[in-house]
Design a protein around this ligand. Sequence first.
Ligand code: SF4
Ligand code: SF4
Ligand code: SF4
Length: 185
Amino acid sequence: MQNMFPFFSLFASFCLLVWLTTKFSARSGHYSDALEERINAMLPQTQCGQCNFQGCLPYARAIVENRAAINRCPPGGQDTVRQIASLIGVDEVPLSTQLSSPEVKLVARIDEDSCIGCVKCIRACPVDAIVGAAKQMHSVLEKDCTGCELCLSPCPVDCISMQAAHLDVKQWVWTKPANDYRLHA
Ligand code: SF4
Ligand code: SF4
Ligand code: SF4
């Protein structure tokens, strides 16, 4: 029986370690969620996308996960930066002047009048984003095109070009007005 003592002791330590790890992970998950909610509550909820995220909640999540700086919300302004800095215990920084629109996504487009249906672009496309058949006009499925440009050079008649993708709700950004839009007393 005495020989079993080290085994039981080891087993008990292992169980304690598993319990502590589980408890700590659950707590840290709850803490992140609560922090995300509190940061989100400080954001103006205009969902304008000027922070380069798809809305206020994704931006709040990015801050919690250390993927975004706290100074990227123009509608919230410096007051919001200050509040977030105070909440998460970091130094206040000036509102970013580097904010830009998300990069415009480019996709391939085929000039269908010029296409001779040689199928070379279909063979070059790694994601099957081009549809067509031999000696038939070809088209690009915009939703599947990654913009890799691999189809451009094989085309013998240069009828493929890269153009801006049509905007959908995930990429749309409300352009900041040119004039000062604050209300004056
Ligand atoms: S910039 Fe981002 S966080 Fe600020 S209001 Fe617009 S979407 Fe929300
Ligand atoms: S750009 Fe790339 S993904 Fe898009 S159609 Fe051409 S080869 Fe396919
Ligand atoms: S490579 Fe050019 S010509 Fe040939 S099928 Fe594709 S788009 Fe048409």
